[in-house]
Design a protein around this ligand. Structure first.
Ligand code: ADP
Ligand code: MG
Length: 941
């Protein structure tokens, strides 16, 4: 049906809906079933089995397949050629065991990945757009995917249009539909019927799904949803949540690649060395020694690949996203989790984020007199007391208050407990409350009581670039344009001022007004001038806002208190301690901004530099570049200025988080490293552009998210350190065996590997990977918020990581090798010697994991604070001992039971390296601490 060429009434009838009541609950339910949800078809989620198969593409799996192949080949050789049945069966068992371990590990990984995916889904569900819909006589907020044809919806600037609409009422409604038409200018919408053959771009009475409301507001009826919309017809499948690799995932990926190359070289050298040695010593190469050599090579290959890392990494990042969401910070992608941890500047809007947004007029100037306003909250009760003690005179402020409420769309209503509740723009609410204290109400003015007849003709809503709002009215046959806005913007536009009922030239009083305005601002009050102007009918109907907003007559000025949020002060302090710079950005006057910044601890003294929007405009990029690092307050800025500030901070290589709420903020949010949108008061457009949504609109949530980001990153480094240490220890203990054992020791020959391939596999996939996962759940180390932000471009191996890994891994590997040699010298069997080496490695790692949890040492954290870790370590320890006792595993892994004393000795001895190294480090650490404490003392003396 061509909705655009039909009368609205026809359409409403056709869709069986009502402009007054909307659809009923039952109707909408039925239609939802009939038409399906209002969303574009989604790409099929990968089925579980496919995800599982994908994990088999990893290089480790290839190596394991080779190992399985070799084991089966050797089984076949034994079976058919040498006839050694027992040996053949052992090889078959070995192949089976590899497969079993791989399956257990994949199962675990798969389970983790699935639950991670579920939390990501839950997070993206929370990001659903909402629309204001009329149902059963009530305007309610409905999730966009529940819209159905026939729904009556209301949109305003900053909303997305969901579903195709036919407009029923529009007011200055402008819409950007460039995604369909390519036309980047906003289109003015009306309700007039257009011709049957009108092109999509010219159908001015329609709104199309996916367009953005950039100005004004409107009411429309939904005519098509989901794949039936114009967007649905042209769009392919919707993109799922973006699963791009985060920077750290990329760098781990490239690290893994490098490690693999190193491993390949080591293996080649080892095999070459072994073969040459055989040839020189024996003169030929026996089948037996090939078996030994390939067993060692496979063990080294398995040992050198940090296979758990990529998976654990993405899961740990997801844990981070979940953690942030539970603290009311919603991230769009996993990269944001990481970026938040490295933020160096957080630039925040003042109003509503740093302040409570519970605005109240406490002082005003009207008719040349300053009044103080009494009363509490939104309750419209309170007297006006003149500053100079004279009696109040309603003639001073009658007209001023009328204009304040007529140029206003906010309301207050009592709830069932008779508490007054605000509706609409908080600034405007404060004016409504002010006027209501004098019994002046918008509804009553518009009711045409007595001999007054007032009608609203047009509304130009407030926007943060103009910093003004204008309403055109018709009053008793005359036309007026009512303008209110920032006093310094109004000042050059005003021609007259109303004093004692007469309009006099503004110049006579401009200085006095300015002085009072500054006085208000100094007291941290937000200021607004209120003006009016008589205009012609022609102007009333057609003039643009620029034409109306001049030659104004000044009626008065209000000072609005907007108390800072109490908890913000602590957050500012925490961020400052964490070397994250907090910057306030506001549309308010410089003085107001400064007063509040000081109350919040963003600036320390009144001499702090404040840059205003006008100054930014006059500065070159180079000048701004010189100032951005040290400036903490920007006042009277427009959203365009935000982008320049971000750009210059980024030129300084800073990682910038920036908040925003209005539609004009969207480009700045995109430009910022972390765009932050308000979940409650933000527009859908800004939420869409943001990387982080504050579900509670609170600044403190940013601080918590930064902390979570840092915690997660610290956890990632911890588990990487742990994983890599294991790999180094394994490879080293094997290599030492190859190169240092040149003749038989006891039962051990020169081709016996220190550890069997299956032992290495066990350590990597079971005893080591579970505690690694658990590290991801660690809470913040006490001082994550006392350190400097991480340098985002730095390699994960920087800051001593590589040194620590090589050193710890080296000591551990050496220890494992020594245990092996010792056992051989004592005359233990091969299996027992390898088992001793195996358990030394397992327990060495299980002790080490407690050290890896901390950037400092294991003595600096409560070892039992992470219950998952306790469980994982307990499980790893028990199961690793069990595989040495069970005959089945003895058979397949080459383990052997040991004596009770032996087990206890291994557990105790394997603790030595970790405790000795950590102990020494702790001592050095303490000495340094007391040294630096001394220097501090000296400094302060
Ligand atoms: P912020 O969001 O940083 O508080 P705004 O852009 O909302 O800044 O406000 C900037 C200035 O515009 C305010 O200081 C005030 O003078 C004026 N102003 C704010 N809201 C309104 C409004 N609803 N009507 C008229 N003027 C307003
Ligand atoms: Mg604002």
């Amino acid at each position: 049906m061509k909705w655009y060429s039909q009368e609205a009434s026809t359409i409403l009838k056709e869709l069986d809906t009502s402009r007054i009541h909307g659809l009923t609950g039952t109707q909408s339910q039925e239609r939802l079933e009939q038409y399906g949800p209002n969303e574009l078809a989604k790409e099929e989620r990968e089925p579980a089995w496919k995800m599982l198969l994908k994990s088999f593409k990893e290089p480790l799996i290839v190596i394991l397949l080779i190992a399985i192949g070799l084991a089966l080949a050797s089984a076949a050789y034994d079976f058919f050629v040498s006839g050694d049945q027992g040996h053949a069966m052992a090889s078959v068992y070995e192949a089976t065991a590899i497969i079993l371990i791989v399956i257990i590990n994949s199962g675990l990984t798969f389970h983790q990945t699935r639950s991670a995916q579920k939390s990501l889904d839950a997070i993206s569900e929370m990001r659903q757009h909402h629309m204001k819909v009329l149902r059963d006589n009530n305007w309610t907020s409905v999730s966009a995917n529940h819209l159905v044809p026939g729904d009556i919806v209301s949109v305003k600037s900053g909303d997305f249009i969901e579903g195709d609409l036919r407009w029923l009422k529009t007011s200055e409604l402008q819409i950007n539909e460039s995604h369909l038409t390519g036309e980047s200018d906003a289109i003015q919408k009306t309700i007039e019927v257009v011709d049957d053959d009108t092109e999509l771009g010219d159908r001015t009475n329609m709104g199309y799904s996916g367009s953005m409301v950039v100005n004004g507001n409107g009411i429309g009826v939904v005519v098509a949803t989901g794949m039936n919309t114009e967007l649905g017809k042209i769009s392919g499948l919707m993109q799922d949540v973006d699963d791009q690799k985060t920077p750290i995932e990329k760098s781990v990926h490239s690290l893994s690649k490098k490690l693999m190359i190193i491993a390949a070289v080591i293996i080649a050298i080892t095999i070459g060395y072994d073969l040459v040695k055989q040839l020189i010593q024996v003169g030929s190469i026996s089948m037996d020694s090939i078996g030994g050599i390939s067993a060692t090579a496979i063990a080294i290959a398995v040992a050198s690949i940090p296979d758990a890392m990529p998976v654990v990494l993405s899961i740990v990042l997801t844990i981070g996203a979940k953690m942030m969401a539970s603290q009311k910070g919603l991230v769009k992608s996993l990269s944001s989790v990481e970026t938040l941890g490295s933020a160096t500047y957080i630039a925040s809007d003042k109003t509503g984020t740093l302040t409570k947004n519970e605005m109240a007029v406490t002082r005003f100037l009207a008719n040349g007199k300053v009044y103080n306003v009494e009363g509490n909250g939104y309750t419209p009760i309170g007297d006006f007391i003149r500053d100079d003690g004279e009696a109040a005179d309603s003639k001073d402020y009658q007209r001023f208050l009328e204009v304040a409420v007529l140029n206003n769309e906010a309301e207050i209503k009592p709830d069932n407990k008779q508490n007054w509740r605000p509706f609409g723009n908080p600034t405007d609410v404060s004016l409504v409350v002010l006027a209501a204290k004098e019994k002046i109400k918008r509804d009553e003015l518009l009711e045409d009581k007595g001999n007054r007849d007032i009608d609203i003709i047009r509304i130009f809503p407030f926007d943060s670039t103009r910093k003004m709002m204008t309403v055109v009215i018709k009053e008793n046959g005359k036309y007026y344009s009512l303008t209110k806005g920032a006093p310094d913007i109004i000042k050059p536009l005003a021609k007259f001022a109303m004093v004692d009922g007469e309009a006099i030239g503004i110049n006579q009083v401009a200085d006095d007004i300015e002085t009072i305005m500054l006085e208000f601002a100094n007291d941290a009050l937000r200021t607004i001038s209120i003006t009016q102007r008589e205009i012609t009918r022609e102007q009333a109907l057609n003039a643009s806002s620029t034409d109306l907003e001049r030659d104004l007559t000044f009626l008065g000025l209000v000072g609005i208190i907007d108390p800072p949020r109490e908890e913000v002060k602590a957050s500012v302090r925490k961020l400052t301690e964490a070397s994250v710079n907090v910057v306030m950005i506001t549309g308010d006057h410089a003085m107001t901004a400064k007063a509040i910044a000081k109350q919040l601890g963003i600036i320390k003294s009144n001499d702090a530099r404040v840059i205003t929007g006008r100054e930014i405009e006059e500065m070159t990029d180079a000048q701004l570049f010189d100032e951005v690092l040290d400036t903490r307050v920007y006042a009277r800025v427009t959203p365009e200025h935000k982008q320049r500030i971000i750009k210059q901070l980024q030129e300084h290589e800073q990682v910038v988080g920036m908040t925003g709420d209005g539609i004009n903020d969207a480009p700045a949010l995109k430009a910022a490293d972390i765009g932050i949108a308000m979940g409650i008061n933000g527009t859908e457009v800004t939420k869409d552009a943001a990387d982080l949504i504050l579900l509670d609109d609170k600044f403190t949530t940013i601080e918590k998210s930064v902390e979570s980001g840092r915690t997660i990153f610290a956890n990632i480094l911890n588990f990487m350190r742990h994983e890599l240490t294991t790999n180094v220890a394994e490879v080293l203990s094997l290599l030492l065996g190859v190169f240092l054992i040149t003749s038989s020791i006891g039962n051990v020959t020169e081709v016996t590997p220190t550890l069997t391939a299956l032992m290495v596999l066990w350590v990597n996939m079971i005893s080591d990977s579970l505690p690694s996962f658990a590290l991801g759940y660690d809470e913040a180390e006490s001082d994550v918020m006392k350190q400097k932000p991480r340098d985002a471009k730095q390699s994960v191996l920087a800051n001593g990581m590589l040194r620590r890994v090589l050193f710890r891994g080296g000591v551990m590997g050496g220890m494992v090798f020594l245990a092996f040699v010792w056992a051989a010298m004592q005359g233990f069997t091969v299996a027992q010697s390898q088992t001793i080496a195996f358990l030394t490695l397992v327990f060495g790692q299980l002790w080490h994991v407690y050290d890896a949890r901390s950037v400092k040492t294991l003595f600096d954290r409560n070892p039992f604070s992470n219950s998952r870790l306790t469980l994982a370590v307990g499980f790893a320890a028990t199961s690793s001992i069990l595989v040495t006792l069970s005959p089945f595993f003895n058979n397949v892994m080459g383990t052997a039971p040991l004596s009770m004393t032996m087990y206890i000795s291994i557990i105790v001895i394997s603790a030595i390296p970790t405790f000795v190294i950590s102990g020494i480090k702790k001592l050095i650490w303490n000495r340094n601490q007391s040294n630096s404490a001394q220097t501090l003392q000296l400094d302060s003396e």
